[in-house]
Design a binder for this molecule. Structure first.
Ligand SMILES: *Cc1c(COP(=O)(O)O)cnc(C)c1O
Length: 458
């Protein structure tokens, strides 16, 4: 059969409130052209993030009821711990309320002024956590990973030569090496097993711990299965176990590849770090058998981890991203190729070449997509990354609009509607205006800044 169908049936539905173009023009203006400021009920198709937006299964909803809310030693914690260790055999599993809380604990152990932490590409919260502790967060993704049009099977790979050079020259300043799977800020692109293994070997050579930012571990493992020589016959679970066998620690957002609406964890092998982490956890999150979570959340994560490695699901998941990517490409919309694991990325620098980087072409495109079809995506470009810690502004490596697909939520006809909206935008791309920021906060400006299109007077 040619068509790959959604491998699930819908039991409960959430109605979508439809809006007109005129209504959306007023709504986006009232939101100061920042898509984060829109009310979600004013959005028709919400592709802002795949984080915490998954549809839970019947298994997960029933697991919720089994949640045990004991302060210490809840059976829900042990179910959670066992489900994590089944895939990621770390000695210590420490629950947190979401991924960034796990990152903050890692920073409390390894951070410090002028230290350097390399990653393929730091995600925005990871970067912000490190930078707030004075750490230089360095991105060392391979060159192919910076070119949206370059077709390479593992564009999330770490540049091993650059990493080797950095470890050789600045080893004393490096407390930790990280890699992000899949590489979210770099287009949801996977990292190969060979690259993970080689990164671990370099870390061993220089005596550095190696951590994996693991949010989309199952999508990454599926790419390894279908793209990397020698993995075609292995199960996704076995591939996941091999990936983590090379790591000394992991941070995780269960809001991604655990099908949960909330949750995360930090896992470690080293006893001393685990003790430091748990001490910190008690201060900031909660007792070590619940972290920042309810027992019922822990149960949902445990059930979700069993479902996320299902290969029929992953086949459908990866294929649905490819479907949109291929259709947009066929229209002429410049998209990141090949399709990533959780999102479609549109190259706004190429689509709107008349808008300079510091007039935020990807933000302008994301706003236009909302006005045209009520679809909410997110800018990943100079608006998100341009402001430097010293206050200056520098164009980002890429100007992308990310359309993140919530897991098991939208159908193929909704995907076709998205493609039609792009057809319309593509025809009048030359008329889209750049934007300027009229107010911004001290850091992480993309969440709360106010903007306006450049041709509109105050
Ligand atoms: C989402 C994400 C995080 C942070 O996780 P939260 O649960 O949102 O705090 C960290 N790294 C990557 C790669 C992510 O995608």
């Amino acid at each position: 059969m040619k068509t790959i169908i959604e491998p699930f049936r819908i039991k409960t539905v959430e109605p979508i409130r439809m809006t007109t173009r005129e209504q959306r023009l007023a709504l986006i203006k009232a939101a100061n052209y920042n898509l984060f400021a829109l009310k979600s009920e004013d959005v028709i198709i919400d592709l802002l993030t795949d984080s915490g937006t998954s549809a839970m299964s019947t298994q997960q909803w029933s697991a919720l009821m089994r949640g045990d809310e004991s302060y210490a030693g809840s059976p829900s914690f042990y179910n959670f711990e066992q489900a994590v260790k089944e895939l990621m055999p770390f000695k210590h599993v420490i629950p947190t309320h979401q991924g960034r809380a796990a990152e903050a604990i890692v920073v409390s152990i390894f951070g410090g002024e002028n230290k350097i932490v390399p990653n393929n590409t730091h995600f925005d919260t990871t970067r912000a956590n490190f930078e707030s502790a004075g750490v230089i967060a360095l991105d060392l993704v391979i060159e192919e990973g910076k070119d949206p049009a370059c077709d390479h099977p593992f564009k999330g790979n770490m540049d091993l030569e650059k990493l080797d050079q950095l470890l050789r020259e600045k080893g004393d300043e490096i407390p930790l090496v990280m890699t992000t799977v899949t590489n979210n800020a770099g287009g949801g692109q996977p990292v190969s097993m060979a690259n993970i293994r080689a990164t671990k070997e370099l870390c061993e050579k220089y005596g550095k711990p190696f951590f994996i930012d693991s949010c989309r571990f199952a999508e990454n493992a599926y790419f390894i299965k279908i793209r990397e020589e020698g993995f075609g016959d292995k199960s996704v679970s076995d591939i996941v176990r091999e990936m983590f066998s090379y790591a000394d620690g992991m941070t995780m957002s269960a809001k991604k590849d655990a099908f949960a609406n909330m949750g995360g964890w930090l896992a470690l092998n080293n006893d001393e770090w685990a003790e430091q982490a748990r001490t910190r956890l008690i201060m900031t999150e909660g007792f070590p058998t619940y972290g920042g979570l309810s027992g019922r959340d822990l149960e949902c994560v445990a059930a979700g981890l069993k479902e996320i490695v299902d290969e029929d699901y992953l086949h459908y998941r990866i294929r649905s991203i490819q479907y949109i990517t291929e259709k947009l490409d066929a229209i002429g919309v410049p998209v990141m190729k090949p399709g990533g694991g959780h999102a479609v990325f549109v190259d706004a620098r190429k689509m709107l070449p008349h808008i300079p980087a510091l007039q935020y072409p990807a933000q302008a495109l994301a706003v236009e997509l909302y006005i045209t079809g009520g679809i909410r995506g997110v800018e990943i470009g100079s608006f998100m990354f341009g402001r430097q810690p010293d206050g200056s502004e520098v164009p980002a490596a890429m100007e992308l609009v990310r359309l993140a697909m919530p897991r098991r939520v939208y159908t193929q006809s909704q995907a076709d509607y998205l493609i039609e909206c792009f057809e319309e935008i593509y025809r009048k791309a030359g008329e889209i205006k750049g934007m300027e920021v009229t107010w911004e906060p001290g850091s992480l400006r993309h969440f709360t800044s106010r903007l306006k299109p450049l041709d509109i007077a105050e």
